[in-house]
Ligand binder design. Structure first.
Ligand code: GLU
Length: 491
């Protein structure tokens, strides 16, 4: 590997499903690697066994791939730094913890839980009780099977300075740091050690991750410096704020978001709600990055050319779901009919409608400007694929109309349409307009019961075109059913 080759990693913990915070971190890592012909590694950080969620790794991989984010090394693709799951790499963490012990940069700690609870409430963290135990004594206690952890020997005085690419110099007074744990009593490393060891062994040049890790940065720098390794370039991305400025996005908040506006912070949910991955990518890319103040439409392939960490903004980014709808709508309008067909069909099938490809292709131009998500199409045109339209006769009767008048309209419309020799939307429109004139009613008054009879809905795609596409037989049947329902209304 050439010394300057850029190598980044996305290192999620399998503690839940992929949400926009994690996905944006993955995206920025991916884009940075692609832009600079570098490599992207996916590493699963599963050392916290208490928070493990069974199927989250599989789901996470699936969601990343669906978004179009790929990696050069990691689960599924392999690579020369295997394995990519931390629970399978325990030997490395042990090795470097021992290295730190031998160099007097770490020590064994034998304090039990009661003592630790007590000191924690009295001091600000651990009081360094075992720091002064003679090394040989400590070693023998470990050999005798005494329960222990390994702690990092933090400097007691001075200042630790670390540089973040987008936030510049960060300083901490060392007296604020306590001797944090590196290896737990169960032999598992804590995240701080495992991540630094892996970043080193995997030749990570840039650590691009969420701002929530900024407070751990001095610890990470100290571990790296104690092991005399090269420090990567650090880049901590801003937090994502809820729209309306009510603090950080959270999973709890998500349930509210879902109810109120059919959105979600989870990538898997957005897929199920019918968003296109490219729309999500475009939206996430702009949460904390911009090319300039003119361009905002980007495909993933374009972002790979123009992304730069220098244009990443450290201030909090707002999660604006209206913007997601905006990009999704734009994307939909740019899609071909066959492409839209592919994306809409699964939603129609899932809603229980038989799909008829050629009919769907005809309907798509009628709804392309009206839908946002692919799932919206179910509400717009699902009725076209139904065998029967369930209607309440009362719904057929317009506000200022009567049962008798409605029956008159529907019978006349049925007759007019039956008589049509050319069943195209222009002839349909002309004949129905003429009929309204003949009956001396407004066109709207004529069309309202027709729309309900055909679609069961007050809103539908353009009616004349829809009538043409559904075809004479189906339309005549649906109107007949509505007439029957009206006739039987009083029985
Ligand atoms: N495993 C950490 C997480 O789940 C990653 C932190 C890092 O990127 O260093 O967020």
């Amino acid at each position: 590997m050439s010394p300057n080759k850029i190598q980044v990693r996305f290192a999620p913990s399998p503690t839940g499903y992929l949400h926009i915070g994690g996905a944006r971190t993955a995206l920025y890592n991916y884009l940075y690697a692609r832009k600079h012909n570098g490599k992207m590694i996916l590493r699963i950080e599963d050392t916290d066994r208490n928070r493990f969620v069974e199927d989250s790794t599989e789901k996470l991989i699936h969601d990343l791939k669906w978004l179009g984010i790929t990696w050069d090394e990691g689960p599924e693709v392999g690579g020369k730094n295997e394995p990519y799951v931390q629970s399978e790499r325990l030997q490395y963490y042990q090795k470097y913890a021992t290295n730190l012990l031998n160099n007097d940069k770490a020590y064994y700690c034998f304090c039990n839980k009661e003592r630790l609870d007590k000191v924690r409430s009295e001091h600000n963290g651990y009081d360094g009780h075992c720091r002064t135990i003679d090394k040989t004594v400590a070693y023998n206690r470990v050999q005798n099977g005494e329960k222990h952890t390994i702690r990092f020997k933090s400097p007691r005085t001075g200042i630790t300075n670390v540089t973040d690419l987008i936030r510049h110099e960060i300083s901490i007074q060392n007296e604020q740091l306590d001797d944090f744990i590196l290896i737990k009593t169960d032999g598992f490393p804590v995240y701080h050690l495992a991540a630094m060891v892996d970043d080193h062994l995997m030749n990570i040049t840039h650590v691009i991750r969420g701002e929530e890790w900024l407070s751990s940065l001095p610890k990470h720098a100290l571990i790296i410096r104690a092991l005399e390794w090269n420090e990567p370039t650090w880049c901590h991305l801003s937090v994502l704020k809820q729209s309306g400025g009510k603090g950080k996005i959270s999973k709890r908040q998500n349930s509210k978001t879902q109810e109120s506006d059919k959105h979600s912070i989870f990538i898997g949910d957005l897929r199920k709600k019918g968003f296109h991955p490219e729309a999500i990518i475009n939206w996430m890319a702009l949460m904390g990055w911009s090319l300039d103040d003119k361009h905002e439409d980007f495909k993933l392939s374009e972002l790979e050319q123009v992304f730069s960490l220098k244009r990443v903004n450290p201030s909090p980014a707002t999660v604006n779901f209206e913007k997601l709808d905006h990009f999704q709508g734009k994307y939909v309008r740019s899609m071909s009919i066959s492409d839209l067909n592919c994306h809409i069909t699964p939603f129609l099938i899932k809603a229980g409608y038989h799909d008829d490809d050629s009919q769907l292709n005809q309907l798509i131009p009628l709804i392309r400007d009206r839908i946002t998500t692919f799932k919206d199409s179910v509400e717009w045109i699902g009725f076209c694929f139904k065998n029967k339209i369930e209607i309440q006769p009362i719904d057929l009767i317009s506000k200022k109309s009567t049962q008798k008048e409605t029956l008159l309209i529907l019978n006349n419309v049925q007759q007019t349409l039956t008589n049509l020799t050319t069943f195209d939307h222009i002839s349909i429109e002309n004949s129905l307009r003429l009929l309204a004139k003949t009956l001396d009613i407004k066109v709207g008054q004529l069309l309202n019961p027709v729309r309900i009879a055909i679609s069961g809905q007050k809103v539908s795609p353009p009616l004349f075109e829809t009538i043409e596409i559904l075809g004479k037989n189906k339309i005549i049947d649906r109107i007949q059913y509505a007439i029957d329902r009206l006739n039987n209304m009083n029985r």
